[in-house]
Design a protein around this ligand. Structure first.
Ligand SMILES: C[S@@+](CC[C@H](N)C(=O)[O-])C[C@H]1O[C@@H](n2cnc3c(N)ncnc32)[C@H](O)[C@@H]1O
Length: 274
């Protein structure tokens, strides 16, 4: 085995270790914001592709982010958003929030993320969008009164949270009675059962649990060249293994875990009782 192979393996192991959880939430996302000088990476999810090849309509400048935007589109298609108050928890660099706020016409869309650098970027980059605002906050303790949002949205962020029960309790608290919680996620440590346990202990009614793993795999395949190019362009050489895992390029452990069926990507529609 070459030394570089060993380093790659150690680096991939580190990627999935507990310490990496801290590294990602606190340093990695800040680094992404720092490296992405041209605001190319405003969407940080694995994407969604329709298995029959159907595509959503997109403005030409958004074509580059087709698959990550299609994931947002799929998730939000489960609840009406027009004239509603919408909260996104874990909005990252705001590409999904901006797309939803422009195209689905909520009255107000609040994007929240624990990463200060990402939110500082969002507050500058999307400042012309009047129905869109961003705040720094932790998903486990959100600075809102009870019952203020019609819809809550969470796309590929909850695998970072250390207390799923507390997070679900917070979302339930800030939703209006009858409000919807739309959540796309891949369960942490490949354990859908512990996620389901947290959901069954929550006060939400589960209206839909949908396995969208095949759609995510297809999106990663169709988008792999763009993702590889972004890793090479944005990541300094020592960070490229992390970059590829994060981006889910073909050959990454992350991609393989979806492709082998070890990891599932799930989409939930949850309802707060009236
Ligand atoms: C994979 S990114 C997804 C971002 C965005 N939803 C998207 O699809 O582009 C995960 C995001 O979750 C955020 N996050 C992680 N832990 C969080 C927490 N405890 N509270 C709020 N946001 C958190 C990260 O800072 C990061 O921006």
């Amino acid at each position: 085995m070459k030394l570089t192979d060993g380093l790659e393996k150690a680096s991939a192991r580190f990627f999935y270790s507990a310490i990496a959880g801290f590294f990602f939430t606190n340093a990695w996302y800040s680094l992404v914001s720092k490296l992405d000088k041209n605001a190319d990476a405003t969407l940080l999810n694995y994407g969604f592709a329709d298995l029959n090849g159907d595509k959503i309509e997109l403005e030409p400048q958004l074509e580059v982010d087709r698959f990550p935007l299609q994931l947002y589109h799929h998730v939000v298609s489960r609840a009406p958003l027009r004239a509603k108050d919408v909260l996104e928890i874990g909005c990252g660099r705001g590409g999904g929030a901006s797309y939803v706020a422009r195209n689905l016409h909520p009255r107000r869309f609040v994007g929240l993320d624990v990463n200060k650098r990402a939110i500082a970027f969002d507050q500058r980059f999307y400042k012309e969008q009047k129905n869109l605002q961003f705040i720094v906050s932790d998903a486990h303790a959100m600075p809102f009164r009870e019952g203020v949002f019609d819809v809550a949205l969470n796309v590929e962020s909850s695998h970072h949270y250390n207390d799923m029960g507390r997070f679900l309790g917070e979302v339930h608290r800030v939703l209006k009675p009858g409000g919807s919680f739309l959540m796309a996620c891949f369960p942490r440590k490949n354990e859908p059962s512990s996620l389901r346990e947290s959901l069954s202990q929550s006060r939400f009614e589960c209206m839909l649990e949908e396995d969208i793993t095949p759609n995510v795999i297809r999106a990663l395949e169709l988008d792999s060249a763009r993702r590889e190019e972004a890793v090479l362009r944005l990541c300094p050489a020592p960070l490229r293994t992390f970059g590829r895992e994060f981006a889910g390029t073909r050959g990454s452990k992350l991609y393989e875990s979806f492709a082998s069926g070890k990891r599932r990507y799930l989409n939930f529609v949850l309802k707060k009782e009236i």
